[in-house]
Design a binder for this molecule. Sequence first.
Ligand code: AMP
Length: 206
Amino acid sequence: MKLIFLGPPGAGKGTQATGISASLRVPHISTGDMFRAAVKNQTPMGLRIKEYMESGQLVPDEVVIEMAKERLAEDDCRGGYLLDGFPRTVEQAEALEKFSAPDAVINIEVPDEKLMHRLTGRRVCAKCHGTFHIETLADEKVCPVCGAELIHRDDDKPETIGKRLQVYHEQTAPLIGYYEGNGKLRTVDGDNRPEDVYKAILASLE
Ligand code: AMP
């Protein structure tokens, strides 16, 4: 199964991707995680994209399309994939249709006012990539799953979140119409408990 998770930042794509990729036995591929690793390791690409990421803007299409194409050509993607954070523009979606067309696109809907709350309180594990909210954490610096350090992403600071939501509405939301048009879109209400969203995603794939 070749699957895409579409939705604004904070919709729960990363959280749901962990469980759904395990149950479908396909790799979870997050372009955001790949870019963060490149920035951290100061690779040539990492140095080039750092400013885009820190300011909440999209990395140029040609960079992300090339990276996704190479990643999806790897052996572990032969049985399918779960893409989280790609495509984010119509140009990226059109490129993907040519090199590895998805079977289905799950659009996870959450109202903007809920996203702001989720993102400002979000903490991400540096090791297992688990996502948590400070309201549910005993210690906001320690991952409750693996014990590693929890990170407050630079782009989860209030000044950048507004920009990321604007970028989502302007550049990524048009993909909803794009995938409706080719019959691949399934919409799920993401403003629910994670376990209910998980069930709704699986039900939408039946
Ligand atoms: P994410 O972790 O998916 O929220 O992505 C974090 C940041 O990485 C985004 O704000 C963009 O700067 C960059 N990024 C990730 N995926 C893409 C993509 N498909 N197209 C352009 N930029 C991306």
